[in-house]
Design a protein around this ligand. Structure first.
Ligand SMILES: [Zn+2]
Length: 410
């Protein structure tokens, strides 16, 4: 059970990232984890194993045949800051039979297939859960485990024809900084796959396009005793601004699937100065312009009503739907699909209501769809993964390497 042992070893190490930290990576444990992994990869025979100043680790499986584009497999080593990662004790359930699983560190917490129906799809699998007091970090260590296993397999089987494979283990993905110091030049591949998805059989080929708006309101503060005719309350104008935004549509509370939204998520201020942060999300990049226009039109009305206030709406570009970049090299998706089919799985092309490291990389010119890797209930005490699904992920990576070699040499 090499996969089980490997996953539990990786999962037991706390590599949580920290949104508040100023350093990069945000926590030293991520670099320490990659330093251990570096040693491991060198021992097994990976080439060019490089840990850089940002804590990012890359390694190479040399090509066994010529003329094949270089493929990269990516996973992030950090885990979500949302739930404790201190003293992770993975619980192993062999030959799962659909029963309710009690999490031993907090027996009030149970994994019930009625509540978590994905459990019904893994009868007979070896499952790994938390003990109920931490997350598991299956996001993204399930993917990471599958990548190392697949790489090792290719190193041990030089008779298998494949192009050069690059492994990349990034940091700080969970706090939105995964591609701050990671770029195509560092990865050195023609196409990449992140192994950061759910169960099995899914290829994420679209993400949101994303911008952020900051609304800044400058009011006029006076002592309240002398406010009449002088005071301009920026808080009140700010509240008015939010109240005039769409409420029954175009909000995260009312939309799903392909619907976008404008989401005020931070409101801070005083009478003199108020700032509202609003994220704009849609699968159609053009819609972001319309959302920005909508905010500007609210600002215009409020400017007319409050001539002594200054109201500014600034838009910052965040990331773009990877569909646009993936279209430039359709092979990234086609070959992944063909590889899945060769394993008897009909892939589902899925969309992510968020971004991935792949959205950033695809935008920078490296097509990077996201693949399933056996993660379930991520960022939670109820997180779990399956050894069989990690092994299927490994097989998928090998099949992708095979399809790229066959197609490129044909
Ligand atoms: Zn992840």
């Amino acid at each position: 059970m090499a996969t089980l042992e490997r996953f539990c070893r990786y999962a037991s190490i706390n590599t949580q990232s920290d949104e508040e930290a100023k350093a990069y990576p945000s926590t030293p444990t991520q670099t320490e984890f990659n330093r251990l992994l570096q040693k491991e990869l060198i021992e097994v025979g990976f080439q060019d194993v490089t840990l850089d100043e940002y804590g990012i680790l890359t390694a190479t499986v040399p090509a066994t045949c010529e003329g094949v584009p270089v493929i990269a497999w990516l996973a992030h080593v950090d885990t979500s800051p949302e739930v404790s990662a201190v003293n992770i004790k993975p619980q192993v359930i062999a030959n799962y039979q659909g029963q309710i699983i009690t999490l031993p560190g907090d027996p009030a917490k149970k994994l019930d297939p009625e509540e978590f129906p994905e459990l019904k799809t893994v009868i007979g699998h070896t499952l790994i859960t938390t003990d109920g007091t931490t997350l598991l970090g299956s996001d993204c260590k399930s993917g990471l485990t599958a990548i190392v296993e697949a790489g090792e397999y290719l190193l041990k089987h030089p008779e298998i024809p494949h192009g050069e494979i690059r492994l990349c283990f990034s940091v700080d993905e969970e706090i939105g900084a995964g591609t701050l110091h990671l770029n195509p030049e560092r990865i050195k591949a023609d196409v990449a796959y992140t192994l950061d998805g759910g169960a099995t059989g899914m290829i994420d080929c679209e993400t949101f396009s994303a911008d952020m708006a900051t609304v800044t309101i400058e009011g006029v503060n006076t002592h309240p005793a002398h406010g009449k005719g002088h005071m301009v309350n920026a808080l009140r104008i700010g509240a008015d601004f939010v109240a005039r935004m769409p409420k029954t549509t175009l909000t995260p509370e009312t939309s799903d699937d392909r619907l976008g939204f404008l989401h005020p998520y931070s409101f801070e201020g005083s009478v003199a100065h108020t700032e509202i942060k609003i994220i704009l999300r849609d699968f159609e990049t053009a819609a972001l312009g319309e959302y920005a226009q909508l905010l500007e039109s609210i600002a215009q009305v409020l400017r007319a009503e409050n001539p002594k206030a200054t109201i500014k709406v600034e838009i910052k570009r965040q990331y773009r739907n990877m569909r646009e970049g993936l279209a430039k090299d359709p092979r990234a998706l086609e070959y992944a699909k063909e590889a899945m089919q060769s394993l008897g799985v009909e892939p589902k092309f899925t969309i992510i209501r968020g971004g991935t490291d792949g959205s950033g990389l695809t935008e920078m010119g490296l097509p990077t769809p996201n693949l399933s890797s056996g993660q379930h209930n991520i960022h939670s005490y109820y997180e779990w993964t399956s050894v069989e699904e990690m092994e299927e992920t490994k097989d998928l990576l090998l099949a992708i390497a095979k399809v790229w070699a066959e197609r490129s040499r044909a």
